[in-house]
Design a protein around this ligand. Structure first.
Ligand SMILES: [Zn+2]
Length: 403
């Protein structure tokens, strides 16, 4: 079942936008021409270049009132280098390399892809009378991911070639790690959280059902989870921004954890769940995960679970939840005291509270929000990573605006 598409515009607005936006684009860009060539030939840097005709280039494709498509073209000057015979286009033309449409359209696609799956970007643009197909949107996002990895990919161990994920701090602040960021802004708090989430692969749910059926026939153990990607990230709690993010086709492991922790060098504290992959990284455990483990082996709760199975007399749920709440509150106070003593930089003497992250939920409601924002299942890992990077960047700018 396809969920209904949310209505973003009022009943009357789409018509106006559908006409106005394409008209404005056409009026503005169809008369534009670009002929700048700063620095001469991009190949040999020679200044000896001559004009070599004009090239019409599609800035965007608009949807006409009758529902047809029309390319809005700009004129771009072509040059010939007399020294190396290389031809090249005007440097001020509003196009990115290897992108069919103009920069403004590509930027718009990326901005929309930070909040929407690729196919949804296509339908939103359609409401504005602009035609960009889903595959192009995806291509732009993938190109953005490739560039991000090239500029801010995190080297695996000491190899400079193999990279895992991207360093978001580098993309946003041009620093390698928290240590460098601290030098720029010494007054901020730098506590951080690391976590993973597992968005399922396209078609994985159906495949799981089939596998479960086949195994149940043979009496084998049934698999619980659908095949999924691993989206792992690190997040700066006080800065309200991601520090690193990576998507993998394989289960979470130490190598990924270690790579993602590199930008956190110099952080005041790193909080993670109890996974062994973080053993050499974490400063302390997430309180929720700690308590989950504690309740897992608590003899009183174990007895209650046993009674539930054997259907014998058991305590009402309210008593059990009260019991758990009491223990949790007690543990929280204890934990907070321990943290205050251990991380005095994260102790606020005015309020008497520990202000560092105590749980991985500090990641603004947990990494599940990333999963929620990814929305639809994806076929390949690069597509998920491209959207995750855009979502992470959007989160930072949305938080900055909200301040
Ligand atoms: Zn040249």
């Amino acid at each position: 079942m396809t969920p209904p598409k949310p209505k973003q515009l009022s009943k009357f607005a789409p018509d106006i936008l559908r006409k106005m936006v394409p008209q404005t684009l056409e009026r503005h860009y169809s008369v534009m021409s670009y002929d700048g060539h700063d620095g001469g030939c991009p190949g040999c840097k020679s200044d000896h270049v001559v004009g070599f005709g004009w090239l019409p280039k599609t800035f965007c494709t608009i949807i006409t009132e009758r529902g047809g498509f029309k390319d809005v073209k700009v004129s771009v000057r072509r040059y010939l280098c007399m020294h190396c015979k290389h031809t090249f286009l005007a440097s001020d033309a509003p196009f990115y390399d290897h992108c069919k449409y103009g920069k403004a359209i590509v930027d718009l696609c990326l901005a929309l892809a930070a909040s929407n799956p690729y196919n949804r970007v296509e339908s939103i643009l359609m409401q504005y009378g602009i035609q960009v197909d889903r595959d192009s949107v995806k291509r732009y996002a993938l190109a953005f991911r490739d560039r991000s990895i090239k500029k801010a990919g995190i080297p695996v161990m000491d190899s400079s070639d193999a990279k895992i994920g991207v360093n978001i701090l580098k993309m946003l602040f041009d620093v390698e790690n928290v240590k460098e960021l601290k030098e720029k802004y010494p007054k901020a708090k730098y506590d951080s959280v690391m976590d993973e989430t597992f968005p399922r692969k396209k078609g994985a749910k159906e495949a799981l059902e089939k596998e479960r059926f086949n195994k149940s026939v043979n009496g084998e153990k049934l698999p619980k989870f659908p095949d999924s990607f691993t989206v792992a990230s690190s997040y700066m709690n006080h800065l309200e921004c991601f520090a690193s993010i990576a998507c993998r086709n394989s289960p979470f492991n130490e190598i990924v954890a270690e790579a993602l922790a590199k930008p956190l060098l110099g952080a005041d504290a790193i909080v993670t769940d109890g996974s062994r992959c973080y053993n050499s990284i974490r400063d302390y455990n997430c309180l929720f995960h700690k308590m989950k483990n504690f309740f897992g082996i608590d003899p009183f709760l174990a007895r209650q679970r046993e009674m539930m199975i054997t259907n014998s007399r058991k305590l009402p749920p309210s008593i059990i939840s009260e019991y758990m709440c009491d223990i949790y509150s007690f543990a929280k106070v204890e934990y907070e005291e321990w943290l205050k003593a251990r991380y005095p930089d994260l102790f606020d003497s005015e309020t008497g509270k520990y202000i560092g992250a105590m749980t991985t939920n500090a990641m603004e409601g947990g990494n599940w929000r990333m999963k929620y924002e990814l929305r639809s299942p994806y076929q390949n890992v690069a597509s998920v990573e491209a959207r995750s990077i855009l979502i992470a960047l959007k989160r930072f700018f949305a938080n900055v605006q909200g301040r």
